[in-house]
Design a protein. Sequence first.
Length: 284
Amino acid sequence: MKLLVTGFGGQLGYDVAWQGVQQGLDVHGIGRRDLDITKEQEVYQYIRQVKPDAIIHCAAYTAVDQAESDKETCWNVNVEGTKYLVNVAKEFNMKFMYVSSDYVFDGKGEKKIVETDPPCPKSYYGLTKYEGEKAVQSMLQEYFIVRTSWVFGINGNNFTKKMLHLAKSREEVEIVGDQIGSPTYTHDLAKLLISMVQTDKYGIYHATNEGFCSWAEFAEEIFKQANCNVQVRVVSSEDYPVNAVRPKNARLSKEKLKSNGFKSLPTWQDALERYLSMLVKKEK
């Protein structure tokens, strides 16, 4: 299979491309320097030239707070860019996988969110990811939409790296404790996406590492596993004002993943342990 992976410069796209190569696929990983997905003609010409069998669309505008003021750029990348890619995939009968987010939901309540629950985004970023989903669904009969949350990987910045950086200069940090979700290691998620795209089990899925925690609990586990003597002071979302509303409930149910025969990802604690070990190796 020849696979095109967008967002190669980001956390997930990088790992998806790497995992594809590991599984023997002919992978073309592209970032912003290779292709501006907001330019329709360029998208068409590039993909027509590469002629992949499948596209895994990981590229996205993910600066959640900045999106509230930079709406045009966010829309062009997350919505228009997705439409352009889907158009070409449809014309040449390519498989298409769209990576989406827990931000498409309003984050209310405490129940697990299933794939059929109606999206109701509360941030502009979340709105554009939902509009991207709708574009995929309206333009294709068969597709993969995979929603995930709280990703961390080797390539790029993330919460774990930020905590490790703060640990060098602080003895205490304030972290939100009323937002609940699943930290997700891009290495694990990438393996699943590569396996999934080689099947015909189309549909909408939720995919994260197993288990739930708050950001504060995630930080505590990071410091514990990294042997950092840093205290976590738990605060509420209201005590930590930001431009974009974060979902307080990001408990994504993965039952559909399991019912379709896909293997569950390891626990987030196990994923974190392997990730920290990988960071140590990278620094040597």
